[in-house]
Design a protein around this ligand. Structure first.
Ligand code: NDP
Length: 394
């Protein structure tokens, strides 16, 4: 009998989040095929400890330094090594692993994702903000380390699966689908009054709060246009967006003979994650199955850029180049957090991103230091605008 293969070493950055939980579900169903090296979280120390205990992770890191004592206490009777602070999260990302899930939310994931890329191996990228801020750097670092960067975002993962990389000249266009979010049919007046509770209620997907708000403003699609421009060798004009409320078709590639190949699946993130986990093989996954007869109809429509101006901002940021995508992302993170804190209204989010892009000068972002400086500057300017708007709000 051939010896059973060594388990694959995996690490999960952002293990306590929505993507982290879906990833852990697949790993738990992996019949001992995986050995967990590192798991990380931001502040959710109890959940992180429970995950480390359940998976037997070698290392658990929490970004909030003040929680080191609590994490140590929670895991005192285990062999899991613990660490705290942003440096500890980066250390987790650097651990020897065959596969790393990069699923920290926001630009906070940039340094750890880059550390994982530098380590080589396979990095499944959910943390789109890292690619938006430093896509060029990330791709270059991956080339140097031999890291295979695989898109875990459902749209990019679907496109990746039907993208004929050997016949790039035959590709006319790639398409990202968008559900349209909870306000797909809403008027601007309705959106102006939207509460955080309404905005996080996505019709098809269960996701973290930040990406749920991004879906409601369609800034998520804006970030995904920039993400696609780094992942696929096609210019911005050839990245289309089409609204598809059922979230069944996730991405499409149009070829110059008229053929269109599409990636379909039920809206369950375990499917694209399983694809990255096994690539280039396939593993059985317990994700929801697609039942087209039960779905009945698949509908498509053009996005309304008047009601959802976020889409145009991505294209403008790509053309401006340099730090513009960093500014867009940072301003959005600040504005989303302010909306969730009820300091500004729903429509203020995109307005603040647009105003920050207009006020902050575009600079070169040749290295990570320049990216961090641009991110800091954009956050400062966006915070000023949040303050101005929150003072105006009765
Ligand atoms: P969640 O908010 O559910 O989870 C975020 C994770 O990041 C948590 O583990 C959180 O820890 C951790 N975290 C938060 N802040 C920090 C920090 N400063 N330093 C280190 N870790 C931190 O987000 P999602 O899982 O929804 O999304 C994760 C990423 O994946 C995002 O970039 C999102 O755009 C992308 N994505 C998500 C999809 C989805 O279906 N959810 C689909 C496609 C992409 P803690 O729990 O302690 O706060």
């Amino acid at each position: 009998m051939p010896p059973s293969p060594e388990p694959r070493r995996v690490s999960i950055l952002g293990a306590t989040g929505s993507i982290g939980t879906s990833t852990l579900d697949l790993i738990a169903g992996g019949d001992g095929h995986y050995r967990v090296e590192a798991v990380t979280a931001g502040t959710n120390v109890k959940e992180l400890a429970a995950i480390a205990r359940a998976t037997g992770a070698a290392y658990a890191a929490i970004a909030d330094e003040s929680l080191l004592g609590e994490l140590r206490q929670e895991l005192a009777d285990t062999t899991t090594r613990v660490g705290a602070g942003p440096g500890a999260v980066e250390e987790a990302a650097r651990m020897d692993a065959d596969w790393v899930m990069a699923a920290i939310v926001g630009a906070a994931g940039l340094a750890p994702t880059l550390a994982a890329v530098r380590q080589g191996g396979v990095v499944a990228l959910a943390n789109k903000e890292a690619l938006v801020c430093a896509g060029g750097l990330m791709i270059e670092e991956a080339r140097q380390s031999g890291c295979v960067l695989l898109p875990a975002d459902s749209e990019h993962n679907a496109i990746f699966q039907v993208f004929d990389a050997d016949r790039i000249d035959a590709i006319e266009k790639i398409w990202l689908t968008a559900s349209g979010g909870p306000f797909r049919d809403a008027t601007r007046a309705r959106m102006m009054a939207a509460t955080p509770e309404e905005a996080v209620r996505h019709p098809n997907w269960s996701m973290g709060r930040k990406i749920s708000i991004d879906s409601a403003t369609m800034m998520n699609k804006s970030l995904e246009i920039i993400e696609a421009s780094h992942l696929f060798p096609v210019s911005e004009e050839r990245i289309g967006v089409i609204v598809h409320p059922e979230s069944i078709v996730h991405g499409l590639v149009s070829y110059h003979d008229g053929s269109v190949l599409a990636g379909l699946a039920a809206p369950d993130m375990r499917t694209p994650i399983a694809h990255t986990l096994a690539w280039p093989d396939r593993i059985p996954a317990s994700s929801r199955r697609l039942d087209l007869a039960a779905t009945g109809q698949l509908t498509f429509e053009l996005p309304d850029e008047n009601r959802f101006p976020a889409l145009g901002l991505a294209r403008a940021a790509i053309h401006a180049g340099g730090s513009a995508p960093v500014t867009l992302n940072a301003a959005n993170e600040v504005a989303v957090a302010a909306f969730l804190d009820r300091r500004i209204g729903f429509l203020d989010i995109v307005a603040i991103v647009e105003a920050t892009l207009a006020r902050v000068e575009t600079a070169a972002t040749g290295d990570i230091g320049a990216v961090i400086m641009a991110d800091d500057e954009a956050r400062r300017r966006a915070e000023e605008m949040v303050l101005e708007r929150s003072e105006r709000t009765p």
